[in-house]
Design a protein around this ligand. Sequence first.
Ligand code: SF4
Length: 389
Amino acid sequence: MNPELEQILSRAQTLYEDVDYKAVAEWKSYAPGRRAIGYLPIYVPRELIHAAGMLPVGIFGGGDRLEIIRGDAYFQSYICHIPRSTVELALSGRLDVLDGMLFPSICDVIRNLSGMWTMLFPGRYVRYVDLPQNYDARVGGEFWRRELTAIREDMARLAGGQITDRNLRNSIRIYNQNRRAIRELYQARSEAPWLYPIAQVYAVLRAGSVLPPEEHTTMVRRYLEMASQESTLPEDRSRVVLTGMFCEQPPLALLITLERAGCWIVDDDLLLGLRWFTGEVPEEGDAIENLAQAYLTQSVPTASCYAPDGQRGRWLVDAVRQNRADGVIFCAPSFCDPALLEQPMLVAALEREHIPHTQFKYSEDTGQFAVIREQAGTFSDSIRLWSEA
Ligand code: SF4
C-alpha cells in the first residue's frame, strides 16, 4: 500500500477509535478561547457553528468501543443503543470538551435526550433543533429561516462575537467543497468498489465528524487520489445498496463482514448528515435564505424527511438504478422508529420494480457476525444466480 494512503487511513482509524475526543481537545488547545459544539445525527446546519469560529463535532455514540456502565440505567430495554452510549460518554466526562450540544428533531429518542441533557447538565448550552416538516417556502421555509437565525444568534453568543454575512457565506463555500469531495468519493466507489473498501471509506468519512471541514476535504481528496492508484483487482461480487444506517452507526466489523460475505457496497446512508445536500448551497446573496431553501429543495431523501410527492421509496429505486446495484440490504438499528417504520414502504417500492432485498438489524455494539455473514452471503449468491438466469 502506498505510504501516504497508509498514513491517511491510520489517521482516520485513530479518529474513529477516539472515544475521548482527544482530537477536539487538541484543536481547542491551539488557540485560547476556541470552542466546540457537539451535535447528534442526522443533520444540523454546521455552517453556523463554523462561521462563529467554532468546531462542529458529530456525536455518534460509543459504538463497540465503550463499556456502558451508567447509560443503561436511563432507558427502558426497548430502545436503540445510541442514547445509552451518548449518556455514558457524557457522564464519564468524555464530552466535557464540548461547549454546547445540538439535538436535531429526528425521532422521539433524540428529542427526549435533549430534555435529559438539560436536566443532567444544567448550565451547559443545549438546543433542540426543530427541523421543518412542511416544505412550503412560506410555511416550513419561513419557520426554518427563523430557527436558523436563532441558532446563528446562539452560536455568535457562545463564541463571544458576531457571525457576519461574509463569514457565513465563506462557511457555506467550505462545506460545499466538503460535500462535493464526499460526493466524488461515493461516485468513485460506485464505479470501482474494489478500490475503495467500506472500512476505508467509512473511516475517512467518519473523520469528517471531528475534523475541521477544510482539513477533512483535503483528507478525502488525498484518499481518493491515493486509493485510485492501488492495483487491487476487481472480484465477482454482488453490488448492493445499504440503507437504514443514517443515525446509530453499525460496528465497522459488521460492514467489513458484508464485503467478506461477497457484497460490494456501492451506496449507503451512513453518516448521512455529512453529505446532506444533493447539490451546492448558493454562495452569494442571503446566506440564511440560501440554507433554508437548500433544506427544502436539496435535502437527501431519508426516513426523517417529509416526502412532499408522497412517493416514499422512489429514491431507493433510483439509487439502485444509478449505482447499477443488484439488490438492497436493509440494515437498521434495533428499535429505530424512523428506519423501521419506513421500511415497509421501501420494500413495496422495491418489489414493484422486482429488486431483490434482504434485511437485518444491528446495535452499535453488536459483536456476533456469523449469522449476518451467512445471510448476506446467501443473499449475494442468490442475486448473482438470478441476474445470470
Ligand atoms: S437510532 Fe433511530 S430511534 Fe435511535 S436515536 Fe437514531 S433515529 Fe432515533
